[in-house]
Design a protein. Structure first.
Length: 442
């Protein structure tokens, strides 16, 4: 059991990396798998919309379990459900079950991911507090994202190669690897800094009501958290659609039906996120406000996303998509650190789950609306319209910047930042704007 900050971090990086590696095996081929199973492009988005709807439906109940019975149990349930639903996906495809069956399995798969969202981060931060960690959370989350980004890179490439042989192979390998993840978490993951408590079935409605009230009180009613949640709805709503849309769109631009190309592009996406995480670590040293990074990241994502829709060539579209995901890599750890500094420990998993719920709600709307637009017009048009919609994040982040909360200041950068910028030949204004704030889009 990890009893030191280094032990906690090693356990977190190992568990998050293995989990992402397992999950990523299908990310580069999922849309192609569903198309091969007989769905049309709109049906693919409907099935994936059912997944995000499942996340919306189950975020609060699973947040109750994480904040009562423990984060470790929540994570183990997530892995167990993903094992079952991944096998079910393959079974439905082979049996010709159709859209309805895929929707049912997708909803349950969404349940599996809600057991993961919020609980794992809450476990990490509580354990670091319990072991007296004194570093910046931004860097912890940035390095964690680099680990998961590397795992995603390996997973997507491997899934693309396996998918070239048979599109069901990545799903079968994912199942086996998730069994290994379950075993590792069972041994390495312990609830530190958090005391689980039993909750009976009769008490569950009351607990759900209390969690919902806490989520509203410490989340929705706190202006900074509310603004970050609305940003998640806008930005992650679009990305939920864009993540599935690029696979057939890029192969169409390439003019080849090569599954392995999807795996390579997915790997490049992983690499761009890793680069973004690395840039985050550099900016955290010199940039005094988190909202500065969030605003720049949001602007880059919007411009590049619209460009993907207008791109007439495969390579230009890929380059612009990598700018989108690279900007995500910069902003993600910053938003995570901001949220963890303004949310009380005892309600951390619940509020983070509520944040995921809002983002998933945006994804459900986007998958339906942009999915229909992609079928009626083209996927390129969907990127243009969806990318323009993400402009809504900019005024939200400007409002967050104006709050001037303590969580917006990056402590490590605040101490002696003038000398740090001067040593790098950088002006203090711009990188270190005295009124800037920080946030992220997943």
């Amino acid at each position: 059991m990890p009893q030191t900050p280094d032990g906690v971090l090693r356990a977190y990086y190992a568990i998050a990396g293995l989990y992402t590696l397992s999950a990523a095996l299908i990310w580069g081929v999922n849309t192609l798998f569903l198309l091969d199973a007989g769905l049309d492009i709109f049906g693919v988005f409907v099935a994936n919309g059912a997944f995000t709807a499942g996340m919306v439906l189950f975020e609060i109940p699973t947040g109750v379990l994480a904040d009562t019975r423990g984060r470790r149990l929540s994570f183990l349930l997530s892995v167990a459900i993903l094992i079952g639903t991944t096998l079910a996906y393959v079974s439905v495809a082979r049996a010709g079950g159709g859209l309805g069956a895929f929707m049912v399995v997708s909803v349950v798969m969404g349940l599996g991911f809600t057991f993961y969202s919020g609980a794992t981060e809450a476990w990490l931060v509580d354990a670091l507090d319990a072991t007296h960690y004194e570093g910046e959370l931004d860097r912890v989350f940035a390095r964690g994202s680099m680990v998961t980004g590397a795992a995603m890179l390996v997973g997507t490439v491997s899934g693309g190669v396996l998918g070239s042989l048979d599109l069901s192979y990545p799903y079968l390998l994912r199942t086996g690897m998730l069994v290994a993840v379950f075993a590792v978490a069972l041994v390495r993951m312990r609830d530190l800094g958090f005391t689980p408590r039993a909750v009976g079935w009769r008490a569950l409605p009351r607990e759900m009501n209390e969690v919902a009230r806490a989520s509203i009180r410490y989340g929705w009613r706190r202006r900074s958290v509310k603004l970050l949640m609305l940003c998640s709805a806008v930005q992650m709503g679009f990305m939920s659609w864009a993540f599935y849309a690029w696979q057939p769109y890029f192969l169409e631009l390439l003019g080849r039906d090569a599954v392995w190309v999807a795996g390579v592009v997915a790997a490049l996406v992983s690499g761009s996120i890793i680069v973004g995480n690395g840039i985050t670590d550099w900016f955290v040293r010199f940039c005094g406000k988190r909202t500065t990074l969030l605003l720049w990241g949001a602007g880059v994502k919007t411009a590049a996303a619209v460009g993907v829709g207008f791109a007439g060539s495969f390579w230009l579209a890929v380059t612009l998509l990598l700018l989108v995901t690279g900007a995500m890599g910069v902003a993600g750890p910053v938003k995570q650190a901001y949220l963890h500094q303004v949310v009380p420990s005892e309600h951390r998993a619940s509020v983070l789950s509520f944040n995921s719920l809002v983002g998933s709600a945006g994804g459900t709307v986007a998958l339906g609306g942009l999915g229909y637009l992609g079928r009626a017009q083209s996927i390129g048009v969907g990127y243009v319209v969806g990318g323009l919609a993400t402009l809504l994040a900019l005024p939200l982040l400007r409002s967050l910047r104006g709050l001037a909360e303590e969580a917006d200041t990056i402590v490590g950068a605040r101490a002696g930042r003038r000398g740090a910028c001067a040593a790098q030949g950088l002006p203090e204004v711009g990188l270190v704007d005295s009124t800037a704030r920080r946030a992220v889009g997943e």
